[in-house]
Design a protein around this ligand. Structure first.
Ligand code: SF4
Length: 290
């Protein structure tokens, strides 16, 4: 397979053909993230991209969905990216959607016109890792943007017509910032108003800077029940219109899904029941995985 490993995609792209037109993440500094620590970011040359698309065309010509990997394909120059997307639609006659991860900086660095043109070229949805809305947490995890910049990036993408799928990470404030994390994350998500919202749960991988902070006692992990409490606080403070909410990633202790705001009470009541029953209802720790 002509992929540079490791290769990641959002869970909802499980059935998509992946085109790896970039490798790694141009930021690659988030303290909790191990995804691309073994890679140096690079945009494939036009020749390499052509070769990759041509291989993919032979391999899966009827693809309906394509995900552009790796960590932030939107870092590619807009003119080149538009040309790539145009070629992809020409080469895959059944194609219905093209999606990609987008870092907040990538969105902010493109003009409104560039974003609208990229949307018009056929990139339908962007995945934006918000992680937290807390200024302090964003700084500690080295996300590279402020909470206000995150809001601006999300709003800019939505204004340009992209559907937006955002993820946040439960437990990312640790014990010290847990309340601020839940409250401020809800505020930032409310301001962005994404169509999809996924709440993952923090899992600390050995090779990350966060793991060293945990070992040194500088970052205190939450207990599973505190994560449930944090999720309750987050959902309580969310105010969204028709946002598909999922907290059913492999990292989560409880699998939840619903639409916000409609299903807010239902989700809160499941969480309240879980608090009464205790950790018997949780997925076992060994089951959780990335
Ligand atoms: S979380 Fe996203 S932006 Fe941060 S290092 Fe990982 S891939 Fe890059």
């Amino acid at each position: 397979m002509p992929y540079d490993m490791p290769l990641y995609r959002p869970p909802s792209e499980a059935e998509s053909l992946i085109l790896q037109i970039t490798q790694g993440c141009s930021h690659n500094k988030c303290t909790f993230c191990s995804m691309y620590k073994t890679k140096k970011f690079r945009i494939l040359s036009e020749q390499e991209i052509e070769k990759h698309i041509s291989w993919a065309k032979d391999y899966y010509p009827m693809a309906r969905r394509i995900f552009l990997a790796d960590g932030n394909a939107l870092a590619i120059d807009s003119k080149l990216l538009k040309a790539i997307v145009k070629k992809i639609y020409n080469d895959f006659p059944n194609l219905e959607r093209v999606t990609a991860y987008a870092g907040p900086r990538d969105i902010l660095e493109k003009s409104e016109t560039e974003l609208k043109e990229l949307r018009a070229s056929g990139i339908t949805m962007l995945y934006l890792g918000v992680e937290s809305g807390s200024e302090e947490v964003l700084k500690l995890i080295n996300k590279g943007v402020t909470a206000q910049e995150m809001i601006e990036a999300g709003q800019k993408a939505r204004k340009a017509g992209f559907a937006l799928s955002s993820t946040i990470i439960l437990g990312l404030g640790g014990r010290v910032l847990r309340h601020e994390h839940a409250q401020e994350t809800a505020r930032v998500i409310n301001e962005i108003g994404p169509e999809y919202l996924g709440a993952l749960t923090l899992m600390v991988e050995d090779i990350t800077p966060l793991a060293s902070q945990v070992r040194r006692g500088e970052f205190l992990l939450l207990e599973p029940m505190e994560i449930i409490d944090e999720l309750s606080g987050l959902i309580h403070n969310l105010d969204l219109r028709n946002c598909v909410f999922r907290s059913n990633h492999a990292s989560n202790y409880l699998a939840l899904k619903g639409t916000l705001n409609q299903d807010k009470e239902m989700l809160l009541s499941i969480l309240n029941d879980a608090k009464k029953v205790g950790d018997k209802v949780f997925r076992p720790e060994g089951w959780r995985g990335l």
